[in-house]
Design a protein around this ligand. Structure first.
Ligand code: ATP
Length: 215
């Protein structure tokens, strides 16, 4: 019966570089009935006002990373950890375990046989590819991504800088079971995600080795 064993959720990791169209893909997968768990949203929740996560971040980096309203001052924190790999690692040690614990909790609440899609921008950078039954990579040429980021108001320089700070397309593609190429229209993306949904659920054509994960 393919990838969906009775009573077992199918765990899908979804990733892609900045501007690749991950959010567009995860929205479409949710419309098909996938349970989508958004790592970025969980990371924000982990340091929301009143959380012990925020208290730990303020302990580590000082009151200047907290805004007057008690929320995290992301710009101040970003400036504090920028170019300081030790500081960044400390920050990640606060946030990542909380994100993973909450993601596991949400997954445990998913119905039996659900397709649970973990939308994780830095899945490759954080070495999580082997944690999933299937890895889906949303891919688009850098030039297309820069254009999309520019349309959102980012300068070309900043877009290139952010792309360079992430894994390369090749590094992402190397761990992909399924690749969604998103270099054309959103109508084309509809078609690609329709096919992806079928392939993922049926255990259909995977671009990578055929027997990984728990399948
Ligand atoms: P980020 O990591 O920056 O959040 P993302 O991978 O989640 O990016 P999206 O937010 O889905 O990417 O897409 C980036 C922008 O490009 C959005 O404004 C989105 O609507 C637009 N976009 C994505 N795919 C297409 C497409 N095929 N045609 C036109 N616009 C697109």
């Amino acid at each position: 019966m393919g990838a969906c064993h009775a009573g077992t959720v199918l765990r899908v990791g979804l990733t892609g570089g900045i501007g690749s169209g991950k959010s567009e893909v995860s929205r479409r997968l949710a419309a098909y009935g996938a349970v989508v768990i958004d790592a970025d949203a969980l990371a924000r929740e982990a340091v929301a006002p009143g959380t012990d996560g925020l208290a730990e971040v303020v302990d580590l980096f000082g009151p200047e990373v907290q805004a007057a309203d008690g929320s995290l001052d992301r710009a101040a924190l970003g400036a504090r950890v920028f170019g300081d790999s030790t500081a960044r690692r400390r920050l990640e040690q606060v946030i990542h375990p909380r994100v993973r614990a909450r993601a596991a909790e949400l997954e445990s609440e998913a119905p039996p046989d659900a397709v649970v899609v973990h939308d994780i921008p830095l899945l490759v950078e954080t070495g999580q590819a082997d944690d999933f039954d299937r890895v889906v990579v949303v891919d688009a040429p850098d030039a297309v991504r820069v254009q999309r980021l520019a349309a959102r108001g980012m300068s070309t320089d900043e877009a290139h800088r952010r792309i360079a700070a992430q894994s390369s397309r090749a590094e992402r593609l190397a761990v992909a079971d399924h690749v969604v190429t998103n270099d054309a229209t959103l109508d084309d993306l509809d078609t690609a995600v329709e096919r992806l949904w079928r392939d993922v659920r049926e255990g259909g054509p995977s671009v990578r080795r055929p027997g990984r994960g728990r399948r």
